[in-house]
Design a protein around this ligand. Structure first.
Ligand SMILES: *Cc1c(COP(=O)(O)O)cnc(C)c1O
Length: 406
């Protein structure tokens, strides 16, 4: 037997990825500028790039936004924060997710800004902080109704009452998070705004003036101007989507940043009455042409898309038929003129006069654009437009990269 040929690992890049997710950084910058105009200075902007920037790639997104005049970035985990620091992002990085004691060392060493929601963490941070001239900035979260993270208001007061002037921490910000700001009915949101403002008043009476007050996510930014305060925290909007149907959103011009394409991998012609896919879910009613695409649920296209979703080929809609497989799916191309193997298929984005948006998927799948973007972009090998000089498509910290922390 001849031995298997060995090859340099760079050879692997010659294989096209079945799905191409392209990230338009011009659209990202433009969305940022739109938000900047909508919420003028002095209100600051904390760009939310958790979950690898909603599937768009946290490092390239941060590198694009950092020079545009943001206050900083919001991430969910310490690991996400470290990844940004490793890639030379120097602005404040606010870690919004829940913290454990073992996270605090990295928080201090890499100057991440923790959002504190628990007294134990607050105390442990103080115990760990080295003596220093400049107090360590933290943000305190209060719960005004979401009942996820955040101090209850009474707890927050007892913490503030116990603060000493010599405290090694500086409460740089107070924040809370909306539960329902995308709802047309703003009862709950108005109540949260009132509670937060009342809390801030009382904190002032205790002598605590946190310079940065923030509560508005994208929905708060668009629909609740009284929530803008000192800083806003846009996530979804940066990526080109509004948290409510376009028709009911105010006139702000956002552009989708993510586009996803694949190609026709195989073609079949079937007689009427033949089945397509697992469990005979689809049966042809006419002489049919079926295209097989090399993507499936592992690429973020859930099985629920069967029978409701479509893709674009030659500018026309090709319905998804048969159950979506792990790494393939079938589409009906009977009404499309002469599709070819290798031909471009648009999964998300524009082709000729038609467009498929993350909102379309959200409708098909009974979910929200957030989940669609994370699902499609999260696992893909992304390309960036314009091309990045020092490209770093994978932003996850590998184990060997974690060593830089030691
Ligand atoms: C995700 C998140 C945001 C951003 O929300 P969008 O709806 O995407 O704008 C803001 N604040 C917190 C605490 C978050 O977790």
């Amino acid at each position: 037997m001849t031995p298997i040929r060995s090859f340099p690992s760079s050879d692997l890049r010659l294989f096209p990825s079945p799905i191409t997710v392209s990230i338009n950084l011009h659209a990202l910058s433009s969305n940022f500028q739109q938000i900047r105009q909508w919420v003028p200075p002095p209100t600051k902007i904390l760009a939310i790039i958790k979950a690898d920037a909603y599937g768009h790639g946290a490092v390239p997104v941060a590198q694009t936004l950092e020079p545009l005049g943001i206050f900083g970035f919001g991430v969910a985990s310490v690991l996400e924060g470290l990844t940004l620091r490793k890639h030379h992002i120097h602005c404040p990085i606010v870690v919004m997710g829940p913290l454990l004691p073992e996270h605090l060392r990295d928080i201090i060493d890499y100057q991440l800004t923790p959002v504190i929601s628990r007294f134990e963490i607050f105390q442990q941070l103080i115990d760990l902080l080295p003596p220093s001239d400049s107090p360590f900035p933290i943000h305190l979260k209060v719960d005004t109704g979401l009942h996820r993270l955040g101090f209850e208001i009474d707890q927050a007061f007892s913490l503030l009452t116990g603060l000493t002037p010599a405290s090694p921490v500086d409460i740089q910000g107070f924040l809370t998070h909306f539960a329902d700001a995308d709802n047309q009915d703003s009862t709950l949101t108005n109540r949260q705004i009132q509670q937060f403002l009342a809390f801030i008043d009382q904190a002032k009476r205790l002598g605590v003036h946190a310079p940065l007050l923030h509560m508005a996510n994208s929905a708060g930014i668009l629909f609740h101007p009284t929530s803008h305060l000192g800083m806003v925290r846009p996530g979804l909007m940066l990526y080109g989507y509004a948290p409510r149907e376009k028709s009911s959103s105010p006139s702000i011009h956002l552009q989708a940043v993510m586009q996803a394409t694949t190609y026709v991998a195989h073609l079949r012609s079937l007689q009427p009455g033949e089945i397509v896919g697992y469990n005979a879910l689809f049966r042809t009613r006419r002489p049919s042409h079926i295209a097989v695409l090399p993507i499936g649920y592992t690429h973020g296209f859930p099985r629920h898309l069967t029978g409701v979703g479509h893709v674009l080929i030659r500018g026309e809609q090709a319905p998804i038929i048969g159950k979506i497989c792990m790494d393939m799916m079938m589409v009906d191309v009977t009404d499309i003129h002469n599709p070819r193997i290798g031909e471009e298929v648009v999964l998300l984005g524009k082709q000729e006069t038609r467009e498929i948006t993350a909102e379309d998927y959200a409708g098909w799948l009974n979910t929200i654009p957030y989940e669609v973007l994370c699902g499609i972009g999260g696992k893909a090998n992304r390309i960036y437009i314009p091309q990045l000089l020092a490209s770093s498509p994978s932003t996850a910290l590998t184990n060997s990269e974690k060593d830089v922390r030691g």
